[in-house]
Design a protein around this ligand. Structure first.
Ligand code: HGY
Ligand code: MN
Ligand code: MN
Length: 362
């Protein structure tokens, strides 16, 4: 994590012994995606703090910027890896000792090559304590179309959805696409296909519009057009604002996977829950600072939930958290068309700067 104090030039608050106010986000992205997810919250934080410095504002509490590593699960398969660690996940610190990326590079090797980890692999030393920051605020694009559709400038996030991810493997006999007749097959690929439709069904019929289920990764082995898949690997993302709805759907997906395996005579060789996180609630006093800042800037705002997860989901475990959303084009995100207008970026940075100023004087 990068942390630059108040003026990004060395000047802390005038009472530097008080716990600092932090802001920040991530700059990593999923493959073939946009340029605004996360980056807005890092560059916006630097600009907000510089704008406060240019205005001559003197913070009582220092202001810190945190650039979180691996918010996206792309490289190590674990979402919000940096903020999870900062929030003190013993299980993750242990798991990371054996976690490797797609090139078989371990997390510690990657951290060392980036100059972060010392020789020991004691990652618990990066855990932050509960009183490490007096508040944490993240600026982010909405990644949904509500603000743009309603013509509202600022989203005041009240809570962040509860994400979960699951890895599933089915294994069958595979075989020759010509020689094995249909009644004789136990096709791992078709088991995966049936489970994907079951995920859609259970997420749609959960009783909550906020339940979402996605299979973003599907790999078939051996991956030849004329070979029946002997193995199918799926990675499933399931979320809801309400943890109970989400967990009920996870249980139904697990049951479906077992019954599909039995019916299709394939083996369910893995059903591994990678993370099953609770939702996070923004802190009332941080929300009030964001609302007051929006009012003072004459910007319209709307209370809203975040269906996307963020590093704030984990920072909320160790500090009073708040998030500021700005509209993005048609709500697009996680695709190249992701875009936020200069005006919306300016509004977001101004609200962030004023919010940080208010929080730093408390
Ligand atoms: O997937 C998410 O919600 C976040 O954008 N990484
Ligand atoms: Mn993202
Ligand atoms: Mn993000």
């Amino acid at each position: 994590m990068l942390s630059g104090t108040f003026s990004v030039g060395g000047r802390d608050g005038y009472e530097p012994k008080l716990t600092a106010v932090a802001t920040g986000s991530h700059i990593d992205a999923i493959p073939y995606s946009g340029k605004y997810d996360g980056v807005v919250g890092v560059l916006g934080a630097i600009e907000a703090i510089n704008a406060l410095k240019r205005s001559g504002f003197k913070p009582k509490r220092s202001l810190e910027i945190i650039l979180f590593t691996s918010e996206e699960p792309t490289r190590f398969g674990i979402s919000c890896l940096g903020s999870r660690l900062l929030a003190g996940s013993e299980a993750l610190a242990e798991a990371l000792k054996a976690t490797v990326d797609g090139q078989n590079i371990s997390f510690l090797e990657a951290a060392r090559s980036a100059g972060y980890a010392r020789d020991e692999d004691d990652l618990s030393r990066v855990f932050l304590k509960n009183d490490s920051y007096s508040a944490f605020v993240e600026l982010h694009i909405e990644q949904a179309p509500i603000l743009e559709e309603e013509g509202i400038s600022i989203g005041v996030v009240t809570n962040i959805a509860a994400p979960a991810s699951i890895k599933v493997d089915f294994e069958g006999n595979g075989g020759h696409a010509g020689g094995v007749l249909m009644p004789d097959r136990n096709d791992a690929g078709l088991a995966a296909a049936e489970l994907m439709l079951a995920i859609e069904k259970h997420a749609t019929e959960s009783g909550s519009l906020d339940t979402v289920g996605t299979v973003g990764i599907l790999e078939l082995y051996p991956g030849a057009i004329n070979s029946i898949p002997s193995k199918a690997h799926l990675e499933i993302d399931v979320r809801d604002i309400e943890e109970s709805f989400r967990n009920a759907v996870i249980n139904k997906i697990h049951k479906a996977a077992k019954s599909i395996a039995k019916k299709r005579k394939v083996t369910l060789s893995e059903f591994k829950i990678i993370n099953q996180d609770p939702p996070a609630h923004s802190n009332g006093s941080v929300i009030k600072a964001v609302v007051d800042a929006s009012d003072e800037l004459n910007l319209t705002y709307k209370y809203m939930i975040s269906r996307a997860y963020h590093d704030s989901l984990f920072m909320a475990r160790i500090a009073p958290m708040g998030m500021i959303f700005i509209p993005c084009y048609k709500g697009y995100s996680h695709k190249p068309e992701e875009y936020a207008s200069p005006q919306d970026l300016e509004n977001g940075v101004k609200v962030l700067a004023l919010t940080l100023a208010k929080l730093s004087l408390r």
